[in-house]
Design a protein. Structure first.
Length: 180
């Protein structure tokens, strides 16, 4: 399978404030210790399941199952970068639709930045690229790339807009619990 990084399927970024000092936030620790029930609270009813594992070579991995629009998406996010203030996760995601199964590449960036007041701003950025499998899938079903990208942008942007403040609240709860 080939990732077509020259084509953008969708991209969205939303931010929310976390009323916790920047030094107390640890996005990587939060992400890789996130209980499934907490993940489900971060975008009901879209979030279905979550877990953590590793790749064969030991890299951290987050598995997320969610509905994005009308597609059931199984994401296999591998940590490319991970720190208290930034995680870059990369997934070849399986997408199950009423027309069948395909695959897209999703980059999920979780970003914490220090606000002027010393507290934290969280940004949840999601970028999707098609794969050659996806391009063949939409061609087989008579859909143009522009149509597929517009649908993915609408559904993915709506999902990200709703989950970002809930992720920020969850990160805050974790930071406060670790402090006590």
């Amino acid at each position: 399978m080939k990732i077509l990084t020259d084509k953008l399927l969708s991209q969205s970024a939303y931010s929310a404030d976390i009323d916790v000092p920047f030094e107390q936030v640890d996005i990587a620790e939060w992400l890789f210790s996130l209980p499934e029930a907490e993940y489900l609270r971060c975008c009901p009813p879209d979030h279905i399941a979550a877990g953590n594992t590793t790749t064969d070579d030991g890299r951290r991995m987050s598995i997320n199952v969610e509905m994005i629009g009308t597609g059931l998406v199984v994401q296999h996010y591998i940590a490319e970068e991970q720190s208290p203030a930034y995680c870059r996760m990369n997934s070849i995601s399986d997408v199950f639709t009423s027309a069948g199964r395909t695959q897209v590449n999703v980059i999920w960036e979780l970003i914490a930045e220090r606000r002027e007041d010393g507290y934290t701003r969280y940004t949840n950025r999601v970028t999707s690229h098609p794969t050659d499998v996806f391009m063949a899938f939409i061609q087989q079903h008579g859909q143009s790339f522009e149509q597929a990208a517009a649908a993915r942008q609408d559904a993915g942007g709506d999902h990200n807009r709703r989950e970002t403040p809930l992720f920020a609240a969850s990160i805050a709860r974790r930071a406060l619990a670790r402090r006590n």
